[in-house]
Design a protein around this ligand. Structure first.
Ligand code: DGY
Length: 380
């Protein structure tokens, strides 16, 4: 087994918190120190194995900040509980790596980091959409390979987005932010598919449409589709923003890919397994005008066979939330989740988390997924 290195901060702290990867910024660490925590941080970049996490928890551990690359299931939560643990926070907004039921059964509160990833991840979805539409990456590879011999009428001709229709699968915070970026920058009509109607998004598009018309532009529409097939058939560009669970696993499969327009663009910044990646590679191979922009992969960090050979797939290594502001904000929220549960504070009651990014932080736990199941008190 590879030995991992650990750095200890505030060694005299009365509560032991382990952090399975070093996190950006200082604010998060100050939050934990102010809460009298001894903080043990794994400084190695290798992903910890289950056994290494068990070793790190040891006999006494009050809280953990962990990563989306670690599978937190029944065994780890039982061990954490036996070590005196009360709280685990993911350093992520997504939590498909966590068995929430098992955590609840072990009495462990599970936190995540919403609110601070919204615009950053939506911007990455926009970047992938534009890169795919305008063939930016394959054109750059061509240029760097010294193959550019001069301007040509047919060199890397792509797709215009202006005035077309964007389809959003999962119209939560990030999906809505992406939709509005596409509406405002490219005058796109919106179709969305979500278990709930998103009245706020519909109103925002209607308000922008009014403004657009006042400037001599076209009316723009935002329409909810009750099934994903309708959206896939009509949209020119589809962006996936749903969470991953049994109902969304392989939501986009071979059958649904063929429903999309021949020259459609498919973008995924949510979780890889929402798309059947082998089917996507097969589809992209036989449909040269179809394009995809991927930030996440079904078997991360492995990629489906043949994916990297296809010029009509743009792919980046799960960096949707990777801006300094967001990653330090995620660290602050994760630290506040742990510190505030250990303090016994009630759970935050707003959908705005900016107050957690500076001092003083609110005396409330920012975001606990199983708060209701654990019967945690909420701020009034
Ligand atoms: C998340 O937070 O779920 C992203 O995938 C990584 O930041």
């Amino acid at each position: 087994m590879v030995e991992n290195e650990w750095r200890i901060e505030n060694p005299g702290g009365s509560q032991r918190v382990i952090v399975t990867k070093d996190l950006p910024g200082e604010h998060w660490l100050e939050v934990l120190k102010a809460a009298d925590c001894r903080v043990e941080i794994c400084t190695s970049d290798t992903i910890l194995t289950r056994m290494q996490i068990i070793d790190a928890i040891g006999n006494s551990c009050d809280g953990v900040i962990g990563q989306l690359t670690e599978a937190w299931g029944e065994e780890l939560f039982i061990i954490l509980n036996a070590a005196g643990g009360k709280v685990y926070s993911n350093y992520a907004v997504g939590y498909n790596n966590i068995d929430i039921e098992a955590a609840t059964a072990a009495g462990i509160a599970v936190g995540n980091t919403p609110g601070v990833l919204t615009e950053t991840t939506a911007e990455m979805a926009v970047a992938l959409t534009l890169a795919a539409a305008r063939r930016v990456c394959e054109a750059e590879r061509f240029l760097r390979a010294g193959r550019y011999q001069g301007w040509l009428p047919n060199l890397f001709v792509g797709e215009l987005l202006e005035g077309k229709t964007v389809g959003i699968i999962g119209a939560g915070r990030i999906g809505s932010a992406y939709a509005m970026m596409m509406v405002k920058a490219h005058n796109m009509n919106v179709l969305y598919c979500d278990v709930n109607a998103n009245v706020e998004l519909e109103k925002a598009v209607a308000a922008y449409s009014e403004f657009n018309q006042s400037q001599g532009g076209m009316p723009l529409r935002c329409t909810r589709c009750l099934n994903v097939e309708d959206l896939l058939q009509q949209a020119d560009c589809v962006s996936v923003h749903t969470l991953l669970d049994d109902s969304t696993y392989h939501l986009i499969d071979a059958d649904r890919l063929v429903m999309m327009k021949e020259n459609a663009i498919l973008v995924n910044t949510s979780r890889g397994p929402v798309i059947d990646e082998a089917a996507l590679v097969a589809h992209a191979r036989t449909h040269p005008d179809f394009r995809a922009g991927l930030d996440v992969f079904e078997h991360e960090p492995a990629l489906a066979d043949g994916l990297t050979e296809l010029d009509n797939i743009v792919a980046v290594p799960h960096i949707g939330s990777a801006t300094q502001w967001t990653r330090t904000g995620m660290a602050s929220l994760a630290a506040c989740n742990v510190a505030a549960v250990l303090h016994g504070y009630p759970v935050w009651n707003k959908d705005d988390f900016l107050e957690y990014l500076s001092f003083p932080v609110p005396q409330a736990v920012p975001s606990i997924i199983n708060a209701e199941a654990l019967g945690l008190a909420m701020l009034p």
